[in-house]
Design a protein around this ligand. Sequence first.
Ligand code: ATP
Length: 610
Amino acid sequence: MKRKLSENDEPVPTASGETPSAKMATFADLGLDSRLLQATASQNWQTPTLVQSQAIPLALDGCDILAKAKTGSGKTAAYVLPILQAILKRKQTSSDSYTAALILVPTNELVNQVTQVVELLTSFCSREIKVSKLSDKLSDAAQRAVLSDTPDIVVATPARAWHNIKNSALSSDQLTHLVLDEADLVLSYGYDEDLQSIASALPKGLQTTLMSATLTKEVDTLKGLFRRNPSILNLAEPEDDEGGVSQYVVKCGEDEKFLLIYCMIKLELIKGKAIIFVSDVDRCYRLKLFFEQFGIRSCLLNSELPVNCRVHAVEEFNRGVYNIIIASDENEIIGDEKDQTDLGDGDAVDGDREDTTESSKAKSHDAAIAQSSKKRKSSRRDKNYGVSRGIDFKNVAVVINFDLPLSSRSYLHRIGRTARAGQTGMALSFVIPKDKYRKHMPTSTETAENDEKVLARIVKQQAKRGHEVKPYNFDMKAVEAFRYRMNDALRAVTKVAVREARLRELKQELLKSESLKRHFEENPLEVRHLRHDAELRTARSQPHLKHVPDYLLPKEGKKGITPKEVGFVPFKKVLDGKGRRSKVFKGKGRRVGGRKSDPLRSFKARSKNK
Ligand SMILES: Nc1ncnc2c1ncn2[C@@H]1O[C@H](COP(=O)(O)OP(=O)(O)OP(=O)(O)O)[C@@H](O)[C@H]1O
């Protein structure tokens, strides 16, 4: 029987007849092993989150689960802890050793980071439970060696998992637990054949968990594939608990994005850590070089950078080494293309679809998306890259959609990079009105063509969730004084400078190989070479731009620019910065397989008119 559990429903009695309370007071109430309780305590997790308190009892009771819970709500531990509990319990009475759990995620970066969470949660029972990850970076022989140790838990992408099941390196015969994290994405990454093969190799009676912050029709496909009829947890955090994101939008011209972001950062109108999402790799470098003109340091995340360097950059950002990450979200286009046509918001399980009129209105938009997707598909880059979903960025004060995403679903995941684990945060989105699109070619991006339509969807989506997207009003007159400086800086950031910057960054990041990293760790004075926010210096240097002279400021000082401070977000909880995972990833609609491309060879600067 299919069971549905939401915040409005009565809790579902478990098979043992117990009823999980709406929110368990402590992890101990969940009946977890003391070693797991020690691990959660060492993470400073005082109480289980809603998804944890709901999912863990059901999972411990042997139920299949399909859970939808908001971004940053602790879904990883919600599926990892019951698996660990089951393995520990079995090992009390049996010395058999076999791989009991397979955790499937869409990208290599997520493989890395989910493994880190498992390692953290097994830190007090690491002798009893072994976890291994299967990575594209390892040769077949190395993967075989890893698996010959018979890890209790294996974390992998579906492609890697099937590859190893097929060649008998990974035994699926005795699996008791299967997890699909970011379940709605796994299929759109082109893993359908791998998943079908895996499904056919699974033993009967396996307990299956599907997790995501947004659920789509694809999840129904997965349910069919694994022939499961899970208990459905459709969870919204109660308002009180929801740290929540304050959402703002600024409608402005294409070049004004650059003007406003320069003022906001240089005048410290935004404080704390910021993630700035842009639409493509070129724009990443354009914005970084633009910032450089003003002495603003930033680091980059994009699909051209090697995965190690991306993971390292996120880790450093989480440790507070950098304050600003500029992330290109190019893959979201392909990942969300389907959502737009199929499901609008992408939450089929909620019945949260956009209506048909809306869908037909979206058709021309979809065509534009498909067109730009084609272009993007043709460029060579890491198909497994993605940042708007899954990455556990820590203590992010503000998410800036410098370029608006192409769907409300993508917006939801992007803003979910802030206000994680009960904190608060802010999201600010720049929107180009139709009449301002293509009016300033050097700063124009094709993804902005339908910004207003996308905004309408976002507003509708957020309204359904009880959230408001408010206009943010800058005093444009006060900002005007900075325009000539912005223009000076933009002129220096030429196409050639951007192209050189892309090449230079790639070369530098490749040089920072693991062995070099070790060398620098041994020679900490040289560690500055490892920084990801070093200046690229491919654009003309204008040192005078690095300072803001008083005569540019309005009489009231920087307060005259905007009526309120943007982005000062006091965190509800002070995290200790220990033991965190950081998920990275994303990709889309194509099978990735085990190939690993050399980013230097595959580098191809775009020759668009920018
Ligand atoms: N019970 C808890 N109390 C406090 N913090 C927690 C708890 N459980 C998990 N966290 C922290 O919350 C953060 C988010 O967790 P996690 O990445 O699992 O969220 P998620 O729901 O998977 O997010 P996304 O949907 O974006 O992938 C992590 O930093 C994690 O350490």
